[in-house]
Design a protein around this ligand. Structure first.
Ligand code: FRU
Length: 494
């Protein structure tokens, strides 16, 4: 009976998608090369995996409208993470443990086991005693059609952890044993709980992998844990930790005790729109992450989710990024090199002197483009360098490199008549000869990577096609820009 119910709910959702896809496709704010759902609402990336020769992305999905509600798992496959084929919805709410309208099939991960594709996800329900989150399993023979495990849920919140604060299982395998890390809250402090299993069905508690003492918030959403070089990385999206949206800790892990100790911490992205990143391995060994390019209403800087609900959709993913470990044990987040295959209409300027007067730079159509440049720090006399993106019709987004105050900021208060806020980060330039800047602009998002991909800002801006100018200027002196590369990017989504 219940197997039939999930199929029925998938069928119903699928009809809704089919009915709306062509209209939603016409939306003015639709992205050109970032991943989106066909229709409706999308949040976290889930179940990212390279399986049977394709990249599989699943996603938190409400096919019925452009707002969060009644969460399904959408599903798409790709050869390059840029061009996508949408598959049928993988999971729909259908069981007593995952069927609430304000719940459903929450975030989780994918892993191959016994030749099958397994999904670990959080079932969220409310049977009259408040919201309850439990960890559940589903599997598939063909990687397309999934069945929920009859014995679900496989894991409930342990004592001391509120039933509505236990979610987002990330599963991996190490030397024949499966491990799962879940986000939790205990006495209002965030924890990453570690479990282990031999069959993905029976789980035993292993240890508290890591926890907040208040400094990292009260709840960790979407924790992820993986080896990188000779280190381990723990990533999470903290609730109750101010403006932080995606934190990483780098340190050591002991499989004997199940304890992680961290030496380095940092922010994956300082912008407003980078949340709940999940990692996975590409077949060539790259550790890649994908984040959700939006914000939650409980965040201190939140205004709303943007105007795209009017077009029948909301949400896209940030461009996938490769995680690299630096010699000093820190991390870099570099856009996947596959993006280079989209480049067209190249422009190049070897060197340019920038002063008080605004000058224009070229990159593609000024809307969907990639741009790289370097600031020669040894020859810079200016106090500030201003880079204005998506300018036109009296609007602009201003990236300010303030050398005097060692601060980088992205101001979207005049971006589109809709968005608000200034994201800020410290610009640490001591002893450096140049500052590298790499920009990815799409119809409704900007991603700005600087300082060897350690200081990154992702922000959404809902700017029209007439906003297509790129302007630079300097204050208090001059700046020399070098190796300015501009590229148009080929459309992937239409
Ligand atoms: C993170 C999150 C997860 C949860 C999901 C619900 O963005 O809040 O913790 O599983 O979204 O859609």
């Amino acid at each position: 009976m219940s197997k039939k119910l999930m199929l029925k709910n998938i069928e119903k959702a699928q009809q809704e998608i089919d009915r709306k896809t062509e209209v939603v496709k016409q939306g003015r704010m639709r992205q050109h090369y970032h991943f989106m759902a066909q229709t409706g609402w999308l949040n976290d990336p889930n179940g990212l995996i390279f399986y049977k020769g394709k990249y599989h992305f699943f996603y938190q999905y409400n096919p019925y409208c452009g707002f969060w509600d009644y969460i399904h798992w959408g599903h798409a496959v790709s050869d390059d993470m840029l061009h996508w084929e949408y598959l049928p919805i993988a999971l729909a709410p259908s069981e007593h443990y995952d069927d609430h309208r304000k719940g459903g099939c929450f975030s989780g991960s994918a892993i191959e086991h016994d030749g099958k594709l397994f999904l670990a996800y959080t079932g969220t329900t409310n049977n009259g005693n408040g919201f309850e989150q439990t960890q559940c399993i589903a599997y598939s023979e063909d990687g397309i059609h999934f069945e929920k495990y009859d014995g679900n849920p496989v894991l409930k919140a342990p004592e001391g952890v509120p039933a509505d604060q236990f979610r987002d299982p990330k599963v991996w395998e190490h030397e024949g044993t499966y491990y799962m890390v879940c986000g939790a809250s205990r006495e209002n402090r965030a924890q990453a709980l570690l479990y282990r299993s031999t069959d993905l069905i029976h789980w035993e508690f292993f240890n508290v992998l890591a926890e907040s003492r208040g400094e990292w918030g009260s709840m960790w959403e979407c924790p992820d844990f993986y080896p990188l070089g000779d280190k381990y990385v723990l990533m999470f999206s903290p609730m109750g930790a101010g403006e932080r949206t995606a934190v990483y800790l780098v340190g050591d892990f002991d499989y004997e005790t199940g304890k992680f100790t961290c030496q380095v911490s940092g922010e994956m992205d300082w912008g407003f729109d980078f949340y709940a990143p999940q990692s996975f391995l590409a077949p060539d060994g790259r550790r890649l992450i994908v984040g959700w390019a939006n914000e939650w209403d409980w965040m201190p800087f939140w205004k709303d989710w943007g105007p795209t609900y009017r077009e029948g959709w909301c949400g896209s993913f940030n461009i996938p990024r490769e995680v690299l470990l630096t010699e000093d044990g820190d991390l870099q987040f570099v856009p996947i090199r596959e993006i280079e295959t989209l480049r067209k209409n190249t422009s190049f300027v070897e060197s340019m002197v920038v002063s008080g007067e605004e000058q224009e730079l070229q990159a593609g159509d000024g809307v969907s483009f990639e741009m790289k440049m370097k600031i020669n720090l040894e020859r810079a006399t200016a106090e500030q360098f201003r880079l204005q993106l998506r300018c036109g019709e009296g609007k602009k987004t201003v990236c300010l490199f303030d050398f005097k105050n060692a601060q980088m900021s992205v101001d979207r208060n005049e971006a589109d008549g809709w968005s608000r806020g200034v994201s800020r980060s410290v610009m640490y330039l001591q002893g450096k000869k140049e500052l590298d800047i790499h920009i990815l602009s799409d119809q409704s998002s900007l991603e700005i990577f600087t300082d060897q991909y350690r200081n990154n800002h992702s922000v959404n801006v809902f700017a029209g096609d007439g906003q297509n100018q790129i302007l630079v200027s300097a204050a208090g002196g001059t700046v020399i820009l070098e190796d300015i590369e501009g590229y148009g990017l080929t459309e992937c989504n239409r």
